[in-house]
Design a protein around this ligand. Structure first.
Ligand code: C2E
Ligand code: CA
Ligand code: CA
Length: 347
């Protein structure tokens, strides 16, 4: 549906209109006895900020709509920063290519701790871009565009290499830390991942059993047959896999059982809102499901003591989140490690 609002008085009124549309679509629709719940996604473009003719406005509303769909949010207002086709974006991609080549990227490290014995199990490497003019850019602001333009493979290679090199440094200091690296949807193709991981393991001499590759459910489900083949080939190198953002994708339990994975990471949206009984029940169910499949269950987005304690009571294995620590640059992370009550095991 397209909704035209020729007499919108203030930008803030968009929210009001959106609420009305969402409320109108709330009642469950029954089609031949089957109750269907409608989950609307809305994209908004404003005249004259986002276009001065119908076609430009429509195109930009469509870009915003796509963001709502992929991010599972009710509505998005267009912004050139989210538009992968925006010329500014494209020049940013040219700069990203250079940034990868000239080491303008950095990794920050976020600890993952064990809930049973208070040890530090490992870290997740999270990429940031130190842009000379724009400052520190978070991955959500450049990795979607990097996926669309094919630069993501170069990014993945860079991160794998850098993270394993750091892992090797800690190993040399006698610390036993697992290193988790995020693998984007687009890097799961045509044996790209196998050859990259094999090469990085060889060059850095990092122990493969300490490497965890985080892949989202939706990435696997996009092309289950090929993804499975790729995951299995990488798994044979001795590395581990985690399913990231677990619970928000279309989890097919049949597939989950067959996948060569060791860990599931319950999506932070459930953990942050765990005080809501519905989310609490989902978390409890996921911990049980994970355990019955023999998997290590990690909760991400643990922001406060209440969540931490509940997860412990539920028998969740590991936790990651602001309550323990944010993702930190290397030197700050090393500092955190030396003072923290969660200690790394020695190798
Ligand atoms: P993710 O893999 O789900 O990573 C977790 C994100 O949640 C991180 O954001 C982290 O800083 C944030 N976070 C951690 N603890 C908490 C918490 O307690 N509460 C809340 N609200 N947030 C928390 P970040 O670093 O901005 O990364 C965002 C996403 O970008 C990541 O989501 C991941 O999908 C992607 N990403 C990060 N690094 C890489 C990379 O090297 N390669 C690829 N392909 N994607 C990456
Ligand atoms: Ca992750
Ligand atoms: Ca996640």
């Amino acid at each position: 549906f397209a909704v035209l609002l020729p007499r919108l008085a203030r930008r803030d009124d968009i929210e009001l209109v959106v609420r009305k549309i969402l409320d109108a679509l709330k009642p469950v629709v029954t089609l031949t006895d089957i109750p269907l719940e409608v989950r609307p996604a809305i994209g908004v473009a404003l005249y004259p900020d986002h276009g001065t003719d119908a076609s430009m406005l429509y195109q930009h509303a469509d870009v915003a709509l796509n963001v709502s769909k992929t991010k599972h949010q009710a509505y998005t207002i267009y912004d050139s920063a989210i538009d992968v086709y925006d010329p500014q974006r494209l020049s940013l991609m040219a700069e990203l290519r250079l940034a990868i080549a000239t080491d303008q990227l950095q990794l920050h490290y976020q600890p993952r701790i064990d809930l049973r014995n208070r040890s530090l199990a490992g870290v997740e490497a999270l990429v940031r871009w130190q842009h000379p003019k724009r400052g520190l850019i978070p991955p959500d602001d450049f990795s979607p565009a990097a996926e669309k333009t094919g630069l993501i493979d170069e990014l993945t290679l860079w991160v794998l290499h850098k993270a394993m090199l750091q892992g090797k440094h800690w190993e040399a200091q006698g610390l036993s830390l697992e290193m988790a690296v995020n693998i984007s949807t687009r890097s799961l193709h045509e044996m790209f991942l196998v050859s990259s991981v094999r090469e990085a393991l060889k060059q850095t001499a990092f122990a493969p059993q300490r490497l965890i590759l985080e892949v989202t459910e939706s990435a696997i489900m996009l092309d289950p047959v090929n993804s499975m083949r790729e995951l299995e080939a990488v798994h044979e190198l001795g590395v581990q896999f985690a399913i990231d953002d677990f619970g928000i994708g279309y989890s097919s339990l049949a597939y989950l059982r067959q996948l060569p994975v060791e860990h599931i990471k319950i999506d932070k949206s459930f953990i942050i809102n765990m005080h809501d009984p519905k989310n609490g029940a989902i978390v409890r169910g996921t911990v049980e499901l994970g355990h019955s499949l023999g998997l290590n269950v990690v909760a991400e987005g643990v922001e406060d003591k209440a969540a931490y304690t509940s997860l412990k009571l539920l028998g969740c294995d590991q936790a990651q989140g602001y309550y323990i620590s944010r993702a930190l640059p290397l030197s700050t992370f090393n500092d955190w490690m030396s003072k923290s009550r969660w200690k790394a095991k020695t190798a």
